[in-house]
Design a protein around this ligand. Structure first.
Ligand code: TEU
Ligand code: CA
Length: 518
């Protein structure tokens, strides 16, 4: 594997820091908490940790409203805590990826405080100010423009009004933001996940977006218009390449972009001559219906559009998306894990997926997420997938000794301690599947071939120094499949590992097998 960049054979584990481990009883996860749980992550077998924002923030959007790009919010700890964490992560052979939020700052960032103080201020042009609003909408509902009476102009915010958008056409903004990247890269951070990469720059003529013909009144208000002029603008690629150049001033770092776009547009974020993001996040399994047909289509399309030489990647969940076990059920979540860890590319998982955590129901008075508060009751809230990690079966799941900031899931069987004792748990399956990629490098560098559906079962192969066949039953029925002579190296159910198959085999509902062909 020595000739591959580390991130190409990595499993990345997303930690939502408020919810991973609290170390001081305030009910909110923190850096020391992550530090305390490093052994668990090593044992799980992951390679890199991506931590959602830990910078000083008023927390209007729980850290995605940054007030200082080069600090640590006291809720998460101190810079000394961070340095110690980074050192220990590296000492254990893991990598650390930070979240970078370039599209917007907090309205409490000193840059914005200056910018809004007067039209003549040197930082006025660091943000997007206009005399008149256009029809662009905020992703959290309502207009993307907020009138600021002190100076009589509107500023643009793609998210909350507490998250004013930076003006990336201004060279001073670029320089300041790139210096923030260098600050962390100098410390030894291994890379960045860049928030809303496709939104960073907007139309310089501020043209209105056209109406979305598919819009219906029960849909979130940001879907009323098609985001033609405030997203995925051609100029964004220059910024991404400049960002990549900054990251490449340092060795062995990775640039990952958060991009929600159809596959053809997504692929443009690898950049001309692959000088864009190393990994534009591939979210296409997140919205895909869980059938062999749909999944085969998504996989086929993705690799077909992947530029020559570009490295693929896959994701099953993140802090903005319903949890996979709630979306497709506990049994199919195992099939999804088998799919994820047997596809070519870098894999990113979300904390708790490995124990089958589900969305936790949040009562109206418990809602924290501004997306839900702004447009209640239409499924915009992200609190359900952000609830505390369940470490054990005690009242607060070993997460905190205080009162957790979001409620703990009430399925007390879903926790690390219980599942650790059980060979048949989803946690045991995750450990096996992650380990499999290390013992069978064909899963990392082998070709994907023979992707097809037979009797409603998804089949594909990975071919390299050995031939590995994957068969996944995404239905709720028992199925019969034809197999070549092979040994089961991992099954989603207990008791199949090590068995041999040849000819007709039966797959239980939601059963998947990884077969080593003889
Ligand atoms: O999310 C970007 C984004 O597009 C989200 O609005 C997403 O579509 C939505 O949450 C799905 O329900 C990023 C961060 O991941 C998110 O947590 C932040 O709130 C947002 O940017 C603003 O920084
Ligand atoms: Ca805490």
């Amino acid at each position: 594997m020595h000739d591959l960049n580390w991130w190409k054979h990595a499993v990345i584990y997303e930690v939502y820091p408020r919810s991973f481990q609290d170390s001081n009883g305030d009910g909110i996860g923190d850096l020391r908490g992550i530090f305390e749980r490093l052994d668990y992550l090593v044992d799980l077998g992951i390679d890199a940790i991506w931590i959602s924002p830990i910078y000083p923030s008023p927390m209007a959007d729980f850290g995605y409203d940054v007030a200082d790009y080069c600090g640590i919010d006291p809720i998460f700890g101190t810079m000394a805590d961070f340095d110690r964490l980074l050192e220990q992560v590296h000492a254990r052979g893991l990598r650390l990826i930070l979240d970078f939020v370039p599209n917007h700052t907090s309205d409490q960032h000193p840059w914005f405080i200056e910018s809004r103080s007067s039209r003549k201020n040197a930082k006025r042009d660091w943000y997007v100010w206009r005399d008149e609003p256009n029809n662009w909408t905020s992703q959290f509902g309502g207009s993307a423009w907020e009138f600021d009476s002190a100076t009589g102009q509107y500023y643009c915010h793609s998210f909350l009004k507490q998250q004013p958008d930076l003006n990336w056409r201004n060279p001073d903004v670029k320089a300041a933001m790139f210096d923030a990247l260098r600050f962390w890269l100098c410390k030894g951070v291994d890379g960045f996940r860049v928030d809303v990469m496709w939104l960073m720059i907007k139309d310089d003529q501020f043209r209105d977006n056209p109406p979305n013909p598919a819009y219906r009144p029960n849909m979130p208000s940001n879907q009323r218009f098609l985001s033609i002029y405030n997203a995925d603008r051609p100029e964004v690629h220059d910024i991404v390449t400049e960002m990549r150049n900054v990251v490449d001033e340092f060795t062995e770092r990775v640039l990952i972009g958060e991009i929600y776009l159809p596959v053809p547009q997504l692929m443009t974020y690898y950049g001309k001559d692959l000088r864009g993001a190393n990994l534009p996040f591939n979210f296409h399994l997140l919205q895909c219906a869980w059938t062999a047909e749909q999944v085969a289509q998504v996989i086929g399309d993705y690799y077909r559009f992947l530029p020559e030489g570009a490295w693929p990647n896959w994701v099953l969940g993140n802090h903005d998306q319903p949890r996979i076990a709630s979306r497709i059920g506990q049994q199919q979540a195992r099939v999804a894990a088998m799919l994820l860890f047997t596809l070519p590319g870098t894999l990113t998982m979300y904390y708790g997926e490995e124990i089958g955590m589900t969305n936790v129901q949040i009562a109206p008075e418990q809602v924290k997420d501004p997306a839900e508060k702004n447009e209640p009751g239409i499924g915009q809230g992200r609190d359900p997938e952000r609830t505390p990690m369940c470490w054990d079966a005690t009242q607060f799941a070993g997460f905190t000794t205080g009162t957790p900031w979001l409620p703990i899931g009430d399925d007390h069987g879903i926790n690390v301690a219980t599942e650790h004792q059980d060979d048949g748990s989803i946690l045991a399956l995750y450990r096996k599947l992650i380990g499999l990629r290390k013992s069978h490098p064909t899963l990392i560098r082998g070709k994907l071939s023979d992707l097809h559906i037979e009797n409603n079962i998804l089949h594909y192969r990975r071919s390299g120094s050995e031939e590995i066949q994957i068969i996944l039953n995404m239905t709720h029925e028992e199925k019969t499949v034809q197999t070549l002579p092979a040994t089961v190296i991992v099954g989603t159910r207990t008791g199949r590992d090590g068995q041999t198959v040849n000819g007709l085999s039966t797959l239980q509902p939601a059963e998947g097998l990884v077969l080593l062909l003889s």
